[in-house]
Write a protein that binds this ligand. Structure first.
Ligand SMILES: *Cc1c(COP(=O)(O)O)cnc(C)c1O
Length: 397
């Protein structure tokens, strides 16, 4: 029998990174502001160009980018920020960190913001909308932007997992006022840790740059926006969320590989999706019409699994076959299940999102997998579902 593919290892870091790291180690030049034209500054220029944005600011994580975006919008303390109820705990955490209050909106069985609940919850009391494109699934950005523009509400995009995704041919992360990306290891570009934010708004950029830790006149090492900085100098706290040069050295040579990774990731995903959708027990929701995805994992729903025990039996059977499946709502303390965000206080009533999370499965599909490995994963999942449905096991007896 073929061995189960390893879905946890990342891509090797391009050789060019090693040369640059050696050079940085030899000179000790690790701080982004020691010299002009540092690797971090070059990364920002290259990333802004890639996204077609005026400004990019590299920071220590996507969480830091989300926090700085909210701070840069100058939201009053306690401002209500609408976020999807299906996201990673880092998102409500960034809202709390920025002294704001998250308001959770329902997410449908297709993992996207439920527009009926969104419209019901977006009132004049909402100061900002933070759309988390969870696992790279794009919500209806046309409807979201129309509703927010009508009320003058700024939109921040959490595009941590959406680098390379298009919506009506526009890059995800460039539709709202600010877009935030992650370079943590399980994203398209891997630096272990790191993040970047893009915006076309010079005031937001200036404020975020200063708050990220451009103390004294280090803002002068960011090109093109001196006037705004003069205004904000010494008026804002310095949160020190800078990226260091070694991280930029690891990220920069991966940027030219992005297009190929996105293409391969989408091909792999769609190949497995077609196989899974042939099973009566599994359903991979299709993308929305304007959406061209850039996935490095696959999500699907269990169909006709009435009990949690049946769903657990599927998870166990897949594991026996060598494939680890996460059912978001069924693993203890899962950081993507909103009822575990106890730091928010009492969990909100979100029956639709809760029901989705109890049957929504998550499997990593790193872009380097071969067709044989994809077949292995699909066969394991299909076989596990059939086994769980035809050989029900009694739990707890
Ligand atoms: C990974 C991730 C984050 C957090 O990114 P960090 O860089 O680890 O802070 C936020 N939102 C989503 C949707 C993510 O996938």
């Amino acid at each position: 029998m073929a061995l189960a593919p390893n879905v946890y290892d990342a891509e090797p870091i391009p050789a060019a990174a090693r040369l640059e790291i050696e050079r940085l180690l030899a000179s000790g030049d690790l701080f982004r502001y020691t010299n002009e034209g540092s690797p971090v500054a070059l990364l920002e220029q290259e990333f802004a160009e890639l996204m077609g944005s005026r400004f990019a600011l590299a920071v220590s994580s996507c969480s830091a980018a989300l926090f700085l975006s909210l701070k840069a919008l100058d939201l009053p303390r306690g401002a209500r920020v609408l976020i999807p109820a299906f996201t990673f705990a880092a998102v409500p955490s960034a809202v709390v960190h920025a002294d704001c209050t998250p308001v959770l909106v329902e997410v449908g069985v297709n993992y996207r913001v439920d527009m009926t609940d969104f419209i019901a919850k977006i009132d004049d009391d909402i100061a900002c909308v933070l759309i988390s494109h969870m696992r790279g699934h794009t919500s209806d950005m046309d409807a979201i932007m129309a509703a927010c523009d009508a009320r003058g509400i700024p939109v921040v995009e959490d595009a941590a997992h959406s680098l390379g995704t298009l919506w009506n041919d526009k890059k995800i992360g460039t539709i709202g006022k600010v877009g935030c990306f992650s370079f943590q290891s399980y994203k398209m570009i891997n630096a272990g840790e790191g993040g970047i934010m893009v915006t076309d708004d010079p005031e937001i950029a200036a404020r975020a740059i200063i708050m990220s830790g451009a103390y004294e006149h280090n803002w002068k090492k960011h090109a093109g926006m001196q006037n705004s900085f003069h205004h904000w100098q010494n008026k804002l706290p310095l949160y020190n969320m800078r990226l260091q040069n070694l991280s930029a050295a690891i990220i920069r040579p991966q940027v030219p590989e992005l297009a190929a990774r996105v293409e391969k990731g989408r091909t792999n995903h769609d190949y497995v999706a077609d196989l899974l959708n042939a099973s009566p027990w599994l359903d991979v929701p299709p993308p929305l019409g304007p959406e061209l995805r850039a996935p490095d994992s696959i999500q699907f729903n269990l169909v006709g699994f009435e009990s949690d025990d049946e769903a657990r039996a599927f998870q166990d059977a897949a594991k026996t076959r060598g494939v680890a499946v996460q059912i978001f709502g069924l693993s203890a303390d899962n950081a993507r299940a909103f009822w575990n965000w106890q730091f928010l206080g009492e969990a909100a009533e979100l029956p639709q999102t809760r029901a989705m999370l109890m049957r929504a499965c998550d499997v990593r599909l790193p872009v380097r997998l071969t067709v044989a490995e994809l077949d292995f994963i699909a066969e394991a999942l299909i076989g596990a579902a059939a086994e769980a449905k035809t050989e029900p096991r009694a739990y707890g007896t």
